[in-house]
Ligand binder design. Structure first.
Ligand SMILES: *[C@@H]1O[C@H](CO)[C@@H](O)[C@H](O)[C@H]1NC(C)=O
Ligand SMILES: *[C@@H]1O[C@H](CO)[C@@H](O)[C@H](O)[C@H]1NC(C)=O
Ligand SMILES: *[C@@H]1O[C@H](CO)[C@@H](O)[C@H](O)[C@H]1NC(C)=O
Ligand SMILES: *[C@@H]1O[C@H](CO)[C@@H](O)[C@H](O)[C@H]1NC(C)=O
Ligand SMILES: *[C@@H]1O[C@H](CO)[C@@H](O)[C@H](O)[C@H]1NC(C)=O
Ligand SMILES: *[C@@H]1O[C@H](CO)[C@@H](O)[C@H](O)[C@H]1NC(C)=O
Ligand SMILES: *[C@@H]1O[C@H](CO)[C@@H](O)[C@H](O)[C@H]1NC(C)=O
Ligand SMILES: *[C@@H]1O[C@H](CO)[C@@H](O)[C@H](O)[C@H]1NC(C)=O
Ligand SMILES: *[C@@H]1O[C@H](CO)[C@@H](O)[C@H](O)[C@H]1NC(C)=O
Length: 650
């Protein structure tokens, strides 16, 4: 901390020296960090806080946000969020009014943005969040990734013993800054943590889970997301820092930790410095920071696809727009590899080039599919990879299947349904959930306008030909499924929905589905270790495995004595701000008084647009139904970052 301040004031001193001898320009706090991949948090904050509060921008952002909330399927569920999710209870409209009327400090626009960011993050719905690129394009990184492991029968919090190999992978531009400060971070590797910021380490993990993590409705899942873990990022094995050592955005400059270093018995207090990593668009000074990272750009808002859609239809085979259910994990942008000694050594089999990695364990009878995401580079290749993997397992005589969904943030709704259908066999019938969207007045106008304009599923998500009736007959684009609406009441609020419908994913399946399951389905053990980070489409997949096949599901990690759900964020289809804006513009309704205005800043207010109703109780969205895993294991030093050890153990 001390060294941090010295370096920070040195920068300022140099800047003012320049000022004294050169032009009388005011110091530019953004120029001080321009062109750097890594910068000190205090310097980043000085730049971020240098833009004055602007009422026009507050009104613009809040009008868009509050009109998008009209489409949010769970708004009224939050008024009294059912147990065990009561922690997320939130009066969304009251909070919007509060943020609209708060007197923020005039000198900075930062406070308003962070207030809005924290409020949406704390809804704990990864589908429904405000990302303002001006302030979320930095990740704060502590050279001390924390883990929660069982050692000799006792669970505790430690600094990951692989932290030296892992942190070195961030690169010398990061570690050199630590060296300049004279901070010896290597000696902390494997240290036992006895306190963080004056609290018990697990209490502090709870605090981070409640205020920083977001994304997952279940508290236990968020606690897992606080700690470091393995994952697939892009198409490679990677290690996630965790929300304690690698939060999105810059708030803290350091963390005060009480610890006992490896092979010692002496407790000491160490102030560990954060260093911020820049994930945005390059800039040279304050004006270009705003222009390139904060002001709206050509991708911020939606577009009318009636014109561009026509070109697309002339040039290529019309293909429906593909529904997505995913979370945004900004920490993924600075993806760091998994240290090579933890890569699986078991033979990899076919179908492993993209987001699925397939292995046969040394027992020769267990096949592992590590499904890292449902958002591959190639939609059809994911299906081909699934078939290739299952065929390879079968020809190798594998008799049971383990699916690892660790840190799978979701992706294409129809790939979740494809994988489920392939494993369950076509005889099971419809491979998805009964679904609805919200029948607000603007939604009803959009569907009516799409019908009048002849818009269909090649350019809209609202048109009925995206869906099927409950008997799986596809609806025609001219069918109005949202007016009249279906009555529904939640928390004593009238909450009409569209008619109930099915997805039409089978139309996008490009592989032949076997009639019967290729493996006994009760043996498909899905280890959603970060069930947590098994979000969205991934949570829909694991919920189908649980509700329809009673597959054994195991969750690793979690706080001792607290439950962990196996599904993280189980919404359904998510629409980014640009997506819902495109729906409105393509329906010719941008001038409607209910329509949200174009954003003036670079940001995304995404929302959960459809509900998935549970097969176990069709009055409750799967998001709000508690379904616990059949098995629960703590991590150990052998398994926390070593996928193969974890699979063998499972
Ligand atoms: C506030 O932001 C708007 C939109 O970017 C801009 O036109 C206006 O000049 C800003 N107001 C002030 C006082 O800077
Ligand atoms: C914020 O409050 C003002 C004053 O009551 C009101 O005019 C404005 O419409 C509100 N803005 C939003 C986005 O609700
Ligand atoms: C507003 O949101 C915060 C979380 O950011 C929550 O703690 C608070 O309870 C909410 N307020 C109301 C009135 O629901
Ligand atoms: C765990 O137990 C082994 C064997 O009793 C012992 O050598 C080791 O020091 C213990 N480790 C810790 C962290 O307590
Ligand atoms: C993680 O990054 C990869 C590669 O950039 C991207 O394809 C994927 O969608 C990202 N996942 C999340 C959850 O943000
Ligand atoms: C702690 O002691 C063990 C056994 O002597 C040794 O293998 C390990 O490298 C030591 N760890 C550290 C951080 O010194
Ligand atoms: C698994 O197969 C390999 C290669 O055929 C063989 O060397 C090994 O002994 C087998 N392992 C078991 C547990 O049967
Ligand atoms: C499916 O249901 C719809 C709506 O109830 C009905 O119009 C259609 O005829 C049914 N299709 C079949 C094949 O039964
Ligand atoms: C189904 O869920 C609804 C809404 O939470 C609840 O009122 C009802 O009791 C549940 N029904 C059963 C059979 O569990």
């Amino acid at each position: 901390m001390f060294t941090l301040q010295v370096v920070a004031s040195l920068t300022v001193a140099l800047a003012s020296y320049h000022k004294a001898v050169a032009a009388p320009a005011p110091p530019d706090p953004c120029a001080a960090i321009a062109g750097k991949l890594f910068a000190l948090p205090a310097d980043v904050l000085a730049c971020e806080k240098s833009f004055p509060f602007n009422e026009t921008l507050r009104q613009n952002v809040l009008t868009t946000v509050s009109r998008v909330f009209d489409f949010y399927t769970f708004e009224n569920w939050y008024l009294d969020s059912p147990a065990p999710f009561q922690e997320s209870t939130n009066n969304i409209r009251a909070n919007l009014t509060r943020i609209n009327t708060t007197q923020y400090e005039a000198s900075t626009h930062y406070d308003f943005n962070i207030d809005l960011y924290d409020f949406t993050t704390q809804l704990n719905d990864g589908h429904t969040r405000w990302f303002t690129n001006c302030y979320t394009n930095w990740q704060n990184i502590l050279p001390a990734p924390f883990i929660n492991v069982d050692i000799n029968g006792t669970q505790g919090v430690y600094i990951a013993p692989d932290s030296v190999d892992f942190i070195n992978l961030i690169g010398t531009s990061y570690t050199d800054l630590l060296e300049d400060m004279g901070f010896d971070w290597q000696r902390l590797s494997g240290a036992r943590i006895t306190g963080i910021e004056g609290q018990d380490p697990y209490d502090y993990a709870d605090f981070v889970a409640d205020t920083v993590s977001g994304n997952y409705l279940d508290h236990g899942v968020r606690v897992n997301s606080v700690f470091s873990s393995y994952r697939i990022s892009g198409t490679d094995f990677s290690q996630r820092l965790g929300d304690l050592a690698g939060p999105t955005g810059v708030k803290q400059t350091s963390l005060e930790v009480k610890l006992v270093v490896a092979n010692s018995t002496t407790e000491e207090t160490v102030t560990i410095p954060f260093i911020a990593s820049f994930l945005g668009v390059a800039f040279t000074d304050q004006a270009s920071y705003w222009e390139n990272n904060c002001a709206a750009n050509s991708d911020t808002n939606g577009m009318d696809l009636r014109s561009s859609g026509l070109t697309r239809r002339l040039n290529e085979t019309p293909r429906r727009r593909l529904a997505k259910g995913n979370i945004i994990d900004k920490s993924n942008d600075s993806a760091i590899g998994l240290p090579p000694q933890f890569l699986p050594t078991a033979p990899q089999v076919d179908g492993s080039e993209d987001v699925i990695k397939n292995f046969i364990l040394p027992d020769n009878i267990t096949g592992v599919m590590f499904v890292g995401s449902f958002e591959p580079d190639d939609f059809d290749q994911f299906q081909a990879d699934t078939v290739a993997a299952i065929s390879a397992f079968q020809s190798a005589g594998v008799s049971r299947l383990l699916i690892d969904l660790t840190n799978n943030g979701g992706g294409f709704v129809c790939l979740g349904q494809f994988l489920f259908q392939y494993l369950a066999g076509s005889n099971i019938g419809y491979p998805g959930f009964v679904s609805t969207n919200r029948a607000n007045l603007l939604a009803q106008k959009i569907v009516a306008a799409d019908i009048a304009l002849g818009n269909d599923d090649t350019i809209t998500f609202y048109s009925a030909d995206n869906w099927a009736f409950l008997n799986d007959t596809e609806m025609s684009a001219s069918y109005d499924y949202i007016d009249p609406s279906l009555p529904f009441t939640v928390n004593a609020v009238n909450e009409p929905t569209s008619q109930r419908f099915h997805d039409t994913c089978q139309l996008s399946f490009t592989q032949t589905i076997p009639e019967d399951p290729p493996f006994p389905t009760e043996h498909a053990l899905t280890t959603d270790r970060k069930s947590g980070n098994c979000a969205s489409t991934c949570a829909m997949f694991s919920t189908l495995m649980n509700e329809r096949l009673q597959t054994k599901i195991a969750v690793f990690g979690g706080k001792p004595g607290e439950n962990v759900e196996f599904k993280g964020m189980a919404g359904n289809q998510v629409l980014e701000w640009a997506d819902i804006d495109t729906e409105i513009k393509t329906a010719g309704l941008k001038d409607d008084p209910l329509a949200p205005p174009d954003l003036l800043v670079s940001g995304d207010f995404r929302h959960n647009w459809r509900t998935a109703w549970s097969w176990l109780n069709e009055s409750i969205p799967i998001a709000f139904l508690s379904e616990l895993p059949k098995l629960r294991f703590p991590f150990t030093l052998e398994t926390y970052n070593n996928p193969q050890n974890l699979w063998v153990y499972a």
